[in-house]
Design a protein around this ligand. Structure first.
Ligand code: COA
Length: 212
């Protein structure tokens, strides 16, 4: 944790188990979070959503404990605000009443990740799977760097770049429109923005970005 960010990658199952099961995990969430989970069609997506929203409370509590403030994850309230439509049940997450702690979360097909830091942070996790690299996402240098790899290595390399870009976007330092201009091969893709891969089992890739 050289950049001051608490970041965890875990399976949805492990997070739900640690919480005492899905019902106990759901009980930690605000009504709006449970309602959003309930609107998802697949039970696996619902579980991912619940687990990520529990994990983000855990990492925020761990960061606060580092600063000498002992607080139970269950006592933290997550609030969200969408910069697109102004809605208050989705969008960038924050911990209510604790403006000095910034959080981010991600969920994808049985995996979740969450991060907490003293400045803006972003996190992303993706299971490694065959993927058709999307047009307009990589910078020319990034695209050239993975072009000659075999299919498996290319999938993993593309997803590594993708998670690094999403992590940077979630800090607010760049937007989805910037992806092809954003070269994330180095550890400082923009002035004052740092990004790194997270340690994770081989079946997933994950990255975290911080500002400041
Ligand atoms: C941010 C974004 C790129 C991440 O999506 P993703 O990679 O598919 O999904 P992930 O699981 O990795 O991350 C989703 C989480 O990112 C967080 N998030 C959403 N918008 C965010 C934003 N603008 N900044 C930072 N984090 C954001 C949320 O916590 C969300 O989880 P939740 O929906 O369970 O609360 C995606 O939400 C997006 O494209 N947002 C912009 C478009 C938009 O705002 N649409 C809604 C308009 S009403």
């Amino acid at each position: 944790m050289t950049d001051g960010v608490h970041a965890v990658v875990a399976t949805t199952a492990a997070v739900l188990d640690a919480a005492g099961g899905v019902a106990a995990a759901r009980a930690l969430l605000a009504p709006y979070e449970r309602a959003r989970a309930d609107r998802l069609h697949r039970s696996t997506d619902r579980d991912d959503h619940v687990a990520a929203h529990v994990l983000v409370r855990r990492v925020a509590a761990a960061l606060l404990a580092d600063g000498g403030r002992e607080v139970e994850a269950r006592d933290l309230v997550l609030e969200q605000r969408c910069s697109g439509c102004g809605g208050d049940d989705h969008g960038r997450p924050a911990i209510a009443g604790v403006p000095g702690v910034h959080v981010s979360l991600s969920h994808a097909r049985g995996w979740v990740a969450a991060g907490a830091a003293r400045g803006p942070c972003g996190i992303d996790v993706e299971p490694v799977a065959p993927v058709a690299p999307l047009q307009g996402v990589l910078s020319p240098g990034e695209a050239a760097g993975i072009a000659d790899l075999g299919p498996d290595a290319r999938d993993a390399a593309f997803l590594r770049l993708w998670t690094r870009k999403e992590a940077v976007v979630k800090t607010g330092a760049a937007s989805l429109d910037d992806l092809a201009r954003l070269d994330v091969r180095g550890d400082e893709p923009l002035p004052g923005v740092r990004v790194r891969d997270l340690d994770a089992p081989p079946e997933v890739v994950a990255a975290v970005a911080t500002v400041g």
